[in-house]
Design a protein around this ligand. Structure first.
Ligand code: ADP
Ligand code: ZN
Length: 746
């Protein structure tokens, strides 16, 4: 018998080969180990994903080549993670190579990286301005590196100086400006703040029940279900995460906490860091904002078993922690958990799966659970813990609906165009300004898809088959349904009340800021959106200014809807609740309900009561009505009934096919051909629409067409699709994407 290792080769789009294990390496390598191997005429790296015994007599035993070396001290992926990876590749139809890129970030994979990483550029003497000027004339790159080092005041990894910096670094070494060393520099992604541990709070009765349920699952993971923590905003969910993680650590196990997006949830992350400040070295933070060097450090902290808590955005679900006891998914309904490039996995779903494989406990928390999770609770697959009260019995804010159909254009809108600020909201803001209280105005950012909504009567053009808004395609003057492919000529007037205003476009954040400055000239206000917050720390600085009361008002997009806690905000206004509501997406209503609830949750978090105004042209809409009454249960009931009736998720799984090409006809034709082939022998229970232009009809020079399929099981669709695609080569200039359980339908 020969002991052989099956190795998944890096950068090979999923090739696997068997290698024999030489005596000197026996016992030094296990599943998940990184190894150096010969591949044809070169040397390559890969990951061991199986160990087999092969009989000496077997023909393949003759040809086995030997593993050259084991890289690193510990396996970088666990056996469970490899199993999880295979599942992801299969379910989402992704290559194993793309999955491995999630399991092993680039910084960790390149084993040469570690050596490079420790190379630090260290400044030997302070350059004077004159020195820098002189250097800049002859060697601008050297000057900029020197300037950066002087400004930083500490050494920096050579790799972090950017591409092609090596030559300049070498020159600077020769000129004795700097030296290269293996300086032990703590790269600290935690920032400069000092964290002082904050004490555990005495739990409320509801919190205590939840903590007990979670800890029961931590100690008996194979006998427990995932736990859905449904708690209204401000009910103390975060405190439950903190205490259950503490107890998991005390029991000798590790924990992962997923947050939607670190840069958007600074306050939540801060609370974790402060609580665990005493064991800061055991906390690793993973997110997309890290430099390669920082990412490398954080991963190695995990691999060396130093880190026992990992906080991170979606990719942190792959953190190779051992003795994993608990996974927490905060704001489990958030769309950022879905990765929008291959593999298009959903981190919440992967968390549940990983928990079952480990096994460990998994806690999904939200004030507005996704209907997927809620339905899993209704079907008995998840256990439910509820927090029905805000802490200290603070009341939920009073929500008022402003019917914008009745508003004159006097609120700052142009003649004929819809008003931006209603009279009622304007006077409410005035009152806050007089009393020195704070206001947040929220703009429900629209996608590119535009529906036709009549500002005079609130009518929305919908598909009669699918009960979803039709999308207006301006060039073609058509309305298209992106679920079933139904098309019609776009009307020039409202079909219900004949008002031509149905064709007017809306407004963006910039326009809103302009109007607000005019309406409230005395207010100190800041706009928060992707454009104004591009600079590093801009969001954090603005939020700090707001907290210190240097600002009266924030106006912004989704960015300010999440997890923020400002005690002196007493007024929240939602300027245009409809914008996100009438898009061609069966989750549009759900997302709007979530947003309104989350945004409303920003008000009245302090001693003072909060008030919320929702401006809308469609006050009758269920998402708005249920949000107004803080009625998640009522909303979920009626929305689930709608989804069931029209066979939308969570009652089916959707698969979205998109063809993209610079040749419009070819993208369209390819999808039509695929559609025809899929139609033949379409498995029972699979619903397929017609191919149609995407809501985003053209992006990055590529025309886009899409086709949606739905079925009770996603695999019924993907199996059929694979069989058809296997026999149908795609034209080279057409790119097909397959999105299983898509979140964004464009
Ligand atoms: P959620 O995460 O549900 O929105 P938080 O965890 O942010 O709620 O709690 C809201 C506020 O109540 C926070 O300021 C938090 O410190 C405080 N809080 C939470 N639990 C308790 C408790 N048991 N006793 C006192 N204050 C608490
Ligand atoms: Zn339709």
């Amino acid at each position: 018998m020969i002991l052989a290792a099956r190795v998944l080769v890096d950068g090979s789009s999923g090739l696997e080969f068997d290698y024999s294990i030489p005596d000197r390496l026996v016992g030094k390598l296990q599943i998940g180990s990184r190894v150096r191997i010969p591949l044809r005429t070169r040397s390559a790296t890969g990951t061991v994903n199986a160990l087999n015994e092969i009989s000496d007599a077997a023909p393949e035993a003759m040809h086995l080549r030997e593993i050259v070396a084991v890289v690193g001290d510990h396996p970088v992926v666990t056996e469970t993670l490899l199993r999880l990876g295979r599942w992801i590749a299969d379910y989402y139809g992704a290559s194993m190579e793309s999955v491995m890129r999630c399991l092993l970030p680039e910084a960790v994979r390149a084993d040469k990286h570690s050596a490079k990483e420790s190379q630090q550029a260290i400044l030997l003497r302070e350059p004077k301005p004159a020195d820098l000027d002189e250097l800049a004339r002859k060697a601008p790159r050297q000057a900029s590196i020197l300037r950066e080092l002087a400004a930083l005041g500490h050494p920096i990894a050579v790799v972090d100086l950017g591409q092609g910096a090596r030559g300049s670094v070498q020159a600077l070494v020769e000129k004795k400006w700097i030296t290269i060393g293996i300086a032990e520099v703590e790269r600290d992604p935690h920032g400069e703040e000092e964290y002082v541990a904050n004490a555990m709070l005495a739990l409320t009765r509801e919190q205590a029940v939840a903590v007990e349920a979670v800890m029961a699952a931590v100690s008996q993971p194979s006998e427990s279900k995932p736990i859905l923590l449904y708690g209204v905003t401000g009910s103390g969910k975060t405190e439950i995460y903190l205490q259950t993680i503490q107890q998991t650590l005390d029991a000798g196990m590790s924990a992962i906490i997923l947050v939607p997006e670190i840069s958007l949830t600074p306050q939540t992350v801060e609370r974790f860091k402060t609580r665990f400040a005493a064991i800061q070295k055991q906390v690793a933070v993973l997110h997309s904002g890290l430099s390669q060097g920082e990412r490398f450090d954080e991963w190695h902290k995990i691999q060396r078993r130093e880190a026992r808590i990992v906080i991170g955005a979606r990719s942190a679900i792959f953190a190779p922690l051992d003795k994993l006891g608990l996974i927490v998914v905060d704001e489990e309904h958030e769309h950022t958990y879905k990765q929008e490039s291959p593999p298009r996995y959903h981190a919440r779903d992967i968390a549940v799966l990983r928990a079952a494989m480990e096994p460990c406990a998994v806690l999904l928390g939200s004030a507005t659970p996704s209907l997927e999770s809620w339905n899993n609770h209704l079907q008995g697959k998840y256990d439910l813990c509820s927090l029905t009260q805000r802490i200290d019995d603070r009341s939920l804010p009073l929500i008022r609906i402003v019917d914008m159909r009745r508003e004159s254009a006097g609120g700052g809108g142009d003649r004929g165009a819809p008003a931006i600020v209603s009279e009622r909201l304007r006077s409410a803001v005035e009152k806050r300004l007089e009393k020195g209280e704070q206001t947040i105005l929220f703009l429900n950012r629209r996608g590119f898809a535009r529906s036709l909504l009549c500002p005079a009567c609130g009518h929305v053009c919908e598909c009669r088959h699918c009960s979803l808004p039709l999308t207006f395609h301006r060039g073609a003057e058509r309305l298209i349904c992106h679920i079933c492919g139904f098309q019609q000529i776009a009307p020039r007037k409202c079909p219900k009340c004949a008002d031509p205003a149905i064709r007017f476009a809306g407004y963006g954040t910039e326009r809103v800021e302009e109007v607000l400055r005019k309406v409230f000239p005395q207010a100190r206000l800041a706009r928060v959106d992707a454009d104004t917050m591009r600079k590093k720390n801009a969001l954090r600085d603005t939020l700090n200014d707001f907290k210190r009361h240097k600002l009266d008002m924030l106006v912004g997009t989704q960015m300010i809807a999440k997890g923020l806690h400002f005690p002196s905000v007493t007024l929240v206004g939602i300027l245009n609740a409809d914008l996100g509501l009438y898009i061609p997406d069966f989750r549009a209503g759900e997302r709007t309900f979530q947003l309104l609830t989350q945004v409303a949750g920003r008000a009245g978090r302090g001693e003072m009561e909060g008030e919320v105004f929702i401006q809308t042209f469609t006050p009758h809409s269920p998402s708005i009505q249920f949000a107004r009454h803080h009625d998640f249960l009522g909303y979920a009931d009626q929305e689930l009934a709608f989804r069931r009736q029209f066979a939308y998720p969570p009652f089916t799984h959707a698969v979205l096919l998109t063809t993209k090409s610079t040749h419009e006809r070819r993208a369209e034709f390819t999808l039509e051909t695929l559609h025809k082939r899929l139609e033949k022998e379409l498995p029972a229970g699979v619903l397929m629409g017609e191919p149609a232009t995407s809501p985003l009809a053209k992006a990055a020079g590529q025309f886009r067409f899409q086709l949606m399929l739905r079925a009770p099981r996603a695999r019924a669709i993907t199996r059929h699709l694979q069989a058809v695609l296997g026999k149908m080569p795609l034209p080279e200039d057409v790119h097909l994407t397959v999105d299983v359980d898509p979140f964004s339908l464009s």
